[in-house]
Design a protein around this ligand. Structure first.
Ligand code: FAD
Length: 340
């Protein structure tokens, strides 16, 4: 069963969120898909605590606060979010509409698509050591799905952020042995978690180790653990059954590159009138697009979203004459915004 709609927005970063607003003003509702489990794109994932100084009318606003404000602003237009799933397939159908499928199998039948995919879908930073890929999903993992199956095992957790520390604290007394490996002495995780981990390490209930992963250890293809260099360059073999790396997420253009769009240096070429790509009905806004003079700023994404909305409107209903209406004075805008 596919979800029938006028618009699917790929990406819930600031551009994708504001796109919902601009479409809403034109009475067009949207579904929004993001590979992350939460909205906000780079603002929410990479720098939620940092202040931004170049959002119009906000001398300063925290990145997460900006996301929260955008969510508040788009509320009247009731966007439907499909989070934690990447759009993996996008194809034009015979009837000229688009089939769009996500990594969890959600399928859309949509008239238009707006790609607001930023730098790409966020994916776990992976272990680059030789042969690591051969053991991915078998002994080297980037998420924990069945924690109860780890009882009795020797576990290595890599990382110094909240995910690494939270799982270390959650699992240390449920497994045979727990080692936390972090490359630096300083942690990014919540100080209370770090204090608790250090106290457990002092009591010998888990092991804290500082170093860089150098090699995957295996005997005749049988996974054995990781070889880690300490800060003096001395090698240590850390034997274990399973490794969980929590090194954060990094964006990857991924499937966007496979949809037959005109791409220049990992960005999608668009016109600057409607922000439409070389494929009629597929638009691109925010960091993902490029055109002469493009600047990768939130501000640019907002402007592009406004014009793309008019482009979508025209594509959906070419004969309808649409007049620009001010939100200040237009009764139609007030009705759509629910502020009558
Ligand atoms: P993004 O924020 O990248 O969001 C794109 C979303 O699309 C992501 O959530 C991603 O998961 C999702 N996605 C991608 N591919 C898929 C797929 N196939 N399926 C489903 N979802 C997908 N800009 C400023 O204007 N001012 C600043 O002060 C500023 N400071 C910054 C500081 C830092 C540290 C960084 C890293 C950036 C900063 N920027 C700043 C840049 C700003 O964050 C970006 O311009 C902005 O986030 C772009 O918004 P976007 O919505 O286009 O993309």
């Amino acid at each position: 069963m596919s979800i029938e709609t006028d618009v699917v927005i790929i990406g819930a970063g600031p551009a994708g969120l504001f796109q919902v607003f601009e479409l809403g003003l034109l009475d067009i509702r949207a579904h929004v898909v993001d590979s992350l489990p939460k909205v906000g794109g780079q603002c929410g994932e990479l720098y939620p605590e940092k202040p931004i100084y170049d959002i119009p009318a906000y001398p300063v606003i925290g990145a997460q606060e900006l996301v929260d404000r955008l969510m508040e602003q788009i509320e009247p237009f009731e966007p439907q979010f499909h989070l934690g799933q990447a759009v993996t397939e996008l194809k034009r159908k015979e009837d000229n509409r688009f089939k769009l499928v996500t990594s969890t199998g959600t399928e859309f039948d949509t008239a238009t698509v707006i790609i607001a995919a930023g730098l790409g879908a966020f994916q776990p930073r992976k272990l680059r050591a030789k042969d690591a890929a051969d053991y991915e999903g078998k002994h080297i993992h980037y998420k924990i799905t069945q924690a109860d199956k780890l009882a009795g095992k020797d576990i290595l957790i890599l990382g110094g952020g909240d995910s690494a520390l939270d799982w270390t604290l959650e699992l240390y007394d449920k497994v045979n042995s727990m080692t936390l490996v972090h490359r630096r002495k300083e942690y990014r995780a919540a100080p209370a978690s770090v204090t608790k981990m250090k106290s457990l390490a002092e009591q010998g209930l888990l092991r804290e180790f500082h170093g860089m992963v150098r090699e995957v250890l295996a005997d005749d293809g049988q996974f054995r653990g990781l070889r880690v260099a300490d800060d003096q360059g001395e090698m240590h073999d850390l034997n274990c059954d399973e490794v969980y790396a929590f090194w954060g997420l990094s964006p990857n253009l991924g499937p966007v590159a496979e949809w037959g769009l005109d791409i220049d240096k990992r960005q999608v070429n668009v016109d600057t009138e409607k922000f439409e790509t070389n494929e009629a009905g597929i638009f691109a806004v925010g960091d993902i697009n490029t055109y002469p003079g493009k600047k990768k700023l939130i501000l640019s994404g907002f402007h592009e979203a406004a014009l793309a909305a008019f482009g979508v409107q025209k594509y959906l209903d070419p004969d309808k004459r649409v007049f620009l209406q001010y939100t200040t004075t237009s009764p139609i805008m007030h009705k759509r915004l629910g502020v009558e």
